[in-house]
Design a protein around this ligand. Structure first.
Ligand code: SF4
Length: 485
């Protein structure tokens, strides 16, 4: 199986023709067509993790989104202050579906928008005094909050505020951790540096600060699962059914205590390598905790991952693992039996963040679907190296693709399904192309684990085979008038 390598090279070149010379030359470096050689050697010449070109409608976000939105925001028993003007906190309020148990406003603050709401006077005179007052107010209003994080928005770093000094002072005064995070949106080139900064803040202010009364040989951490639509819960039950004890979930449905005791685990299981590889590396060096990547998207990858995880433990866990697989396999076979005939051979294009663009491939393939192009917003070279082997030859791999490039590719490749984000969704609907949100799961999910696959398969079928697409004239769908540049 494979796609036409030369034809797809030409396709990309033709699309880039619309740009001025400099932009064309630059954007060309962000595309690579998978070949037998790149599949095997994972050699990646594609440019990644560099600045976006101005004015091309990048799908990227900022460092604040990577820190507050992704890593810190899901820690449910801490209050996260969006420190700066009102916009960033307001737009990121409740939009990422990192589910968490608890009572909102009492012991769970994930779906609240707490901001220092900077005014001109704060820019002119500085916001440090205001930050102190807010910390005191939080302690008074939310007595069950276990800590506070200060998530810096752009102006904080530009006006020279010293949030570290304020945090130190207030940690003492309020007797709880106040964590300063320097995730101003102008830092770095995307969400990615925000992950790194957030990881370092965990390391510097929280890691190793608490003890665990009892430890055991099967203690593990789930690292880099943000529990979107309940994903981490659907993963955790499998690990626990296998006999492992999950002592911390980072950070979906996570708590401050789980950040503080994670160094007591025997093994770190990392789902999202991009956003939390810094922490597992650190825990390996500082505490000797080994880590391994796993993938709970679709039954094939889940079986493979469960076995790989079990192989790191003893015969008891390995036997349990086979029992778990034997229990769920008939259910998974039935799901594949039902949906595969409806989805077989459908062509999919993906553009997601830093993990799912490769991690979900197996789940689509379990349903007989074919990924013809995939791209990341903010992946690094090591992510691309992991992507090439999972993609078929001739498929297109792209970095930080612009809105124009994606729309042209989707039409010219005549895809059957696009998986991307909310900014993209309605454009594709209007082009008559079935679309699934692969960040928010389109308000569905979970998609992880065996429970998740049942929902994933149903959702893909519901979208691809929805009768609404028959209302579009096929010709009109592929080449709508005026859609090409
Ligand atoms: S770039 Fe700056 S202003 Fe924009 S969302 Fe990020 S932190 Fe806020």
């Amino acid at each position: 199986m494979g796609l036409d390598i030369e034809a797809n090279k030409k396709l990309v070149e033709d699309i880039l023709e619309a740009y001025p010379d400099k932009a064309k030359k630059d954007r060309k470096k962000h595309f690579q067509i998978n070949t037998e050689e790149t599949k095997e050697s994972c050699s990646c010449s594609l440019k990644s993790n560099i600045k976006s070109r101005p004015g091309v409608m990048t799908p990227r976000g900022c460092s604040y989104a990577g820190s507050k939105g992704v890593v810190w925001g899901p820690i449910k028993d801490m209050v996260h202050i969006s420190h700066g003007p009102v916009g960033c906190g307001q737009y990121s309020w409740g939009t990422r579906r990192n589910y968490a148990n608890g009572t909102l406003g009492i012991d769970n603050f994930t779906a609240m928008q707490i901001t220092s709401d900077f005014q001109e006077t704060d820019i002119v005179f500085g916001g440090d005094k205001k930050l102190e007052i807010i910390c005191r107010e939080i302690k008074e209003m939310f007595p069950l909050a276990k800590g506070i994080s200060v998530q810096s928005e752009c102006p904080v770093g530009l006006i020279g505020d010293d949030i570290e000094a304020v945090s130190k002072k207030m940690t003492k005064e309020l007797e709880m951790p106040i964590v300063p995070v320097r995730c101003e949106g102008f830092r770095g080139v995307s969400q990615s540096l925000g992950h790194h900064i957030a990881n370092d803040a965990i390391r510097d202010f929280v890691m190793g600060k608490a003890d665990l009364a009892e430890t055991g040989p099967y203690d593990v951490n789930i690292i880099g699962d943000y529990n979107i639509g309940g994903d981490a819960w659907a993963s955790r039950i499998l690990l626990e059914e296998m006999g492992l004890r999950v002592i911390a979930q980072w950070s979906g449905d996570g708590t401050l205590n789980e950040l503080e005791i994670a160094h007591k685990a025997k093994m770190n299981l990392i789902h999202c390598h991009r956003s939390m590889n810094y922490m597992v590396d650190h825990m390996e060096k500082a505490y000797g905790i080994p880590w391994m990547e796993y993938n709970f998207f679709g039954p094939s990858k889940t079986y493979e991952s469960l076995r790989a995880i079990a192989a790191k433990f003893d015969a008891t866990i390995q036997e349990n693992c086979e029992k778990v697989i034997a229990k769920y396999k008939p259910q998974m076979d039935a799901i594949i039996g039902k949906y595969r005939p409806r989805l077989e051979g459908k062509k999919v294009m993906l553009l997601i963040g830093g993990l799912r663009s490769r991690h979900t491939i197996g789940a689509y393939e379990d349903l007989g679907m074919e990924i013809v192009a995939t791209g990341y917003e903010f992946a690094h070279k090591d992510d691309y190296e992991r992507t090439f082997p999972d993609m078929q030859t001739g498929s297109i791999i792209m970095d930080d693709p612009t809105a124009y490039e994606l729309e042209e590719l989707a039409q010219k490749m005549n895809i059957d399904l696009m998986g991307s984000g909310v900014k993209e969704k309605y454009v594709y609907h209007k082009m008559g192309i079935p679309f699934r949100q692969m960040h928010s799961w389109d308000y569905s999910g979970p998609y992880h684990g065996f429970d998740g696959f049942k929902i994933f398969a149903k959702d893909m079928d519901m979208t691809v085979n929805n009768p609404v697409w028959n209302l579009f004239d096929k010709k009109e769908k592929v080449q709508p008038e005026g859609a090409s540049v």
